[in-house]
Design a protein around this ligand. Sequence first.
Ligand code: COD
Length: 304
Amino acid sequence: MFKNVAEFIEKASNPPVLKLAVAAAGDEEVLESVKKADELGIVEPVLVGNKGKIEEALEKVEYDFNGKVIATSSKRESAHKVMQLIAEGKADIPMKGLISTKTILRALLDESYALRTGRLLSLVTIVHLKKDNRFIIITDGGMNIAPDLEDKVQIINNAVELARAIGIKKPRVAPLAAVEKVNPKMPDTMDAAILSKMSDRGQISGAIVDGPLALDNAISKEAAERKGIDSPVAGQADILLVPDIEAGNILYKSMVFYFEMEAASVIYGAKVPLVITSRADRARVKLNSIALAKLVVQGLKNNN
Ligand code: COD
């Protein structure tokens, strides 16, 4: 299991070099991360977007780029061009540049590229908990707006597969809520209870699901003990299943922007992982996400 970001960047730097296609690449933070990933031998980039903006940003970050630049006349066109490159096998990993999440997700979902697999796609974010020197996975803070129970099962399955790619063999999953007791007036506690029972009965495999748990009891043994919670997940959750996009987005962004934790995000569930970070994320988070996507691609290949 990876203990920190440096370890998984090192692993991702091993050959083979994969092709990364970046949509709307004309942005300094984006190109800073791509430059580093290129230098480390993680990926060989193809830059798609407004040619003038790409050249300007390349110059600003002092990136002597010798690869391919594909000029497009709109952000939407650059998203579609990237998916076309993936569909044609000309690139291995798509990446969101300075473009809205909706636009890139719609291109990924576009049936003409046949990148969907029939399963639900979801955002999986890994965050490094400095205090415990370990990773935690947060899902889904960016794609599925208000997942129902069946969606939550698929969101868990995606996160469990990604957990394996970073070396967590049998992840412990905490469906989060505001309380630890099932309360019929709080629908997410009901979903959490059903998910836990589904896990007990083998309807969710490869993981241990137990909840509802509040955030503190999910990740802090001390907090769980103080409340007397007897659970195989409490205090040691690897995956935090958030109730909806708002909760997940706020949780993840508070950790990254306020507490400056290391993080990485990909959309999981399509034929390839999509590197997706917030436009405001710093180059470091973007680099981490490129590395994570590469490990996921390699994990998918090894599992097939
Ligand atoms: N997994 C697989 N297929 C999906 C998914 C999914 N998660 N979501 C939609 N689809 C399929 C549908 O089955 C349908 O066939 C097609 O895609 C279109 O679905 P719609 O009509 O729901 O599509 P949209 O374009 O209205 O919505 C899809 C989005 C992903 C754009 C939407 O869910 C969304 O806006 N999500 C939030 C994105 C966002 O703003 N995140 C901000 C955080 S950074």
